[in-house]
Design a protein around this ligand. Structure first.
Ligand code: GLU
Length: 435
């Protein structure tokens, strides 16, 4: 199939403007629709948009492991490398039963835009294994990670593609990955992954960084809309590393956190939750509702009448089905892809401001970049320096996006895409097409 006919099909499939809402939207569909939408607004060479619709490479590997009972089970793993015009591929690895090739491609595209909106010298990638990590013992998870690292070894590296934690993976997973890679290469190579424990070259503040950026962006967005943080009510879906860190910081800065949640449901306290007293998912998994006097459902949390809603759990939670009922004035996307395209249009028509994931949760990959620099230089930064530099990077990205937002009649997502795509397109133009 030629590129031209592939492109026509892709356009038909996803439509420009019309959205088929009968099927749940995949991350790839959302990512492509967002790309067309932004590209329509931008004077960018259609040939470059054409290239950006497809990943550069997708690696699919078989990952066999021995279970603790001696049986062998085989899992499928992926690494989708989307674009590397601005630097090595960068992005997380997730362990989740819903991981598919297309999901990795869509999430990899988002990483390309995220790194560009933050002006980091990285491209975008995402990978994962289709497995339920809750059904693996620690030893099984270690064997899975080491074997996955071995299968991907030729395709990753500090100058090639640098994985990081994502859903279902954590600093320990990254330490195993780094060890497996280093043992095979015959040299300790901390820069092959980020999000490692600080004792093996990880950065201080990396784990808290996505939540910290969500909190910083919430603060900037509230300021922009003349909403004092001290008077703001906030509902946070998800109490893992993004949701808990965002909720606790906003609580510390004076906001009233009225609801938080995990997979079992949400804790609701209109007078405000003492967020430090509720263990995050990492401290005690799935404990939120056991600390609650009043429990509501995750669906009810999303439609609470609050000033700020932070979906920081899964993708596709704000859909055509509940977008009309979202009562918050401001949605800050903590998770990757929490809003479907149909919901995005409804929220835009209703005047609800949505600050996109590629800006709001980009603190994770930004501190990953700091970690990579520290690994290359073999010199660790203090937590204070990490947090100061993160704040400066978030402010600079916010300023660039705000300036686009003010110049055009579009959404915050459009503005962020325009900032990202212009940088990527410029780099593609400068490098040209090889051969
Ligand atoms: N998985 C994180 C994200 O979605 C971080 C990726 C990274 O640090 O490379 O942004």
């Amino acid at each position: 199939m030629t590129m031209a006919s592939r492109s026509e099909n892709a356009r038909e499939e996803t439509g420009d403007g019309t959205v088929d809402t009968t099927e749940p939207e995949s991350a790839l569909e959302t990512a492509r629709r967002q790309l067309y939408h932004a590209a329509n607004d931008l004077d960018i060479d259609p040939n470059i948009v054409e290239r950006l619709k497809y990943p550069k490479k997708v690696h699919e590997v078989t990952v066999p492991i021995e279970r603790d009972d001696g049986t062998v089970e085989v899992f499928t793993g992926y690494r989708a490398q989307h674009d590397s015009v601005r630097g090595p591929y960068k992005g997380g690895l997730r362990y989740h039963p819903d991981v598919t090739r297309d999901e990795c491609v869509g999430l990899g595209m988002w990483m390309t835009w995220k790194c560009a909106v933050m002006d980091l010298p990285f491209g975008g990638a995402k990978g994962g294994v289709a497995v339920n990590p809750k059904e693996l013992s620690a030893k099984e998870k270690e064997r899975l990670t080491r074997r996955f690292a071995q299968e991907l070894r030729d395709n990753i590296g500090p100058n090639q593609d640098i994985p990081a934690p994502d859903m279902g993976t954590d600093p320990q997973t990254m330490a195993w990955l780094m060890d497996a890679y280093s043992m095979q290469e015959g040299e300790t190579t901390p820069g092959v992954v980020t999000g490692k424990p600080p004792v093996v070259g990880g950065s201080e503040g990396r784990e808290e960084a996505p939540g910290r950026s969500v909190a910083l962006i919430t603060q900037l967005a509230c300021e922009y809309y003349d909403q004092p943080l001290e008077d703001a009510t906030v509902a946070v879906q998800g109490y893992g590393s993004v949701g808990a860190n965002a909720a606790r910081l906003l609580d510390e800065w004076g906001a009233t956190i009225v609801a938080i949640s995990d997979v079992n449901g949400a804790m609701y306290e209109p007078e405000g939750i003492e967020t430090a007293a509720v263990p995050s998912h990492d401290e005690e998994p799935e404990a939120v509702t056991t600390y609650a006097d009043t429990v509501i459902s995750n669906d009810e949390l999303l439609t609470l009448d609050v000033d700020v809603l932070i979906p920081a759990a899964l993708g596709n939670v704000i859909t055509e089905g509940n977008a009309e009922a979202i009562a918050a004035d401001l949605v800050i996307e903590g998770a990757n892809g929490p809003t479907t395209s149909a919901a995005d249009s409804i929220l835009a028509a209703r005047g609800v401001a949505v600050i996109p994931d590629i800006l709001a949760n980009a603190g994770g990959v930004t501190v990953s970049y700091f970690e990579w620099l520290q690994d290359i230089n073999r010199r660790a930064w203090s937590l204070e320096r990490v947090n100061d530099e993160l704040e400066a990077e978030m402010q600079a990205a916010w300023d660039a996006v705000q300036s686009e937002f003010e110049q055009r009649d579009g959404s915050w997502r459009d503005a962020a895409y325009i900032v990202a795509l212009s940088r990527i397109a410029e780099a593609h133009e400068a490098r040209g097409l090889w051969p």
